[in-house]
Design a protein around this ligand. Sequence first.
Ligand SMILES: Cc1cc2nc3c(=O)[nH]c(=O)nc-3n(C[C@H](O)[C@H](O)[C@H](O)COP(=O)(O)O)c2cc1C
Length: 275
Amino acid sequence: MKDADTKSFKRRKNMIRIDMEKCIGCMKCVSVCPFTVLGEKDGRPQLREGKACLKCMHCGAACPQNAVSFDEEDSVLPQPLPVLSEEFPQQLEQHILMRRSYRHFKPEPPERETIRHALELASWAPSAKNQHPAKWIVIDSKEVIEKMMQYILKYVRESGTSPEIATEYEEGNNVVMGTAPMLILCYARNNAINSPADTAIAMTTAELILQARGIGTCWSGYLTRLCNSIPQIRELLPQLPDNNSFYGAFMVGYPQNEEYLHIPQRLKREDIQWV
Ligand SMILES: Cc1cc2nc3c(=O)[nH]c(=O)nc-3n(C[C@H](O)[C@H](O)[C@H](O)COP(=O)(O)O)c2cc1C
């Protein structure tokens, strides 16, 4: 196939391309493009100049001919679309009701491959303009976790910040990291369109996947803030690029001595105004 003859889009870095030998002119790619980067000309999809592509690959995902590539690579995964069982909606609801924040864990950290897989799946979460700014640091070194906690205790005692962290710790309750053998930190660049939302959605996605695999998690707002505030913790960890911050953190591990027999009542339910 020759580009010029087949009217394929010119090869440029960072762009989609439609194989006009495969294209049947159904325009499905045009109709799903979120920013009208693809338009129709003479019954064929055409890349419109001056439009910014989100690289969401919706064009490829909607194409019945598999005619869309991105920088010479496939724009879609090779596997067929999953078929969900009829029970799936109910099971998803049940999973959401059964998700809990776990703070008591077995000493052995979960396998890295299980964690890597969950964090990779979180890349399919939505993000503002498809930027996906969330990045991860996973800590499963007992020594590093213990050092982090020592720095945290020193910091809160000296600065008077969140004094309950130290008083609870003295009573044997670690409100920052529970008894977690693993911590997952989520960081992002501060100048992404919506780093707080994007990281929270990626983390929520990862949490649901991890808990579906029997791995307990608990968000740690304390740990997030303290990782940003305590320079010695930053020095223990891989250096974040300039203008990046921690946006979220999880305690992670297989739950121990923590089993829930009921779904907790929510005192605050949905607050919806229908117009
Ligand atoms: C953003 C965020 C920060 C949180 N920070 C902490 C924390 O620092 N320590 C902690 O023990 N739990 C923390 N939690 C867990 C909440 O306390 C927990 O979600 C809530 O009590 C409801 O329990 P459930 O998740 O089991 O339904 C946090 C949750 C969120 C969403």
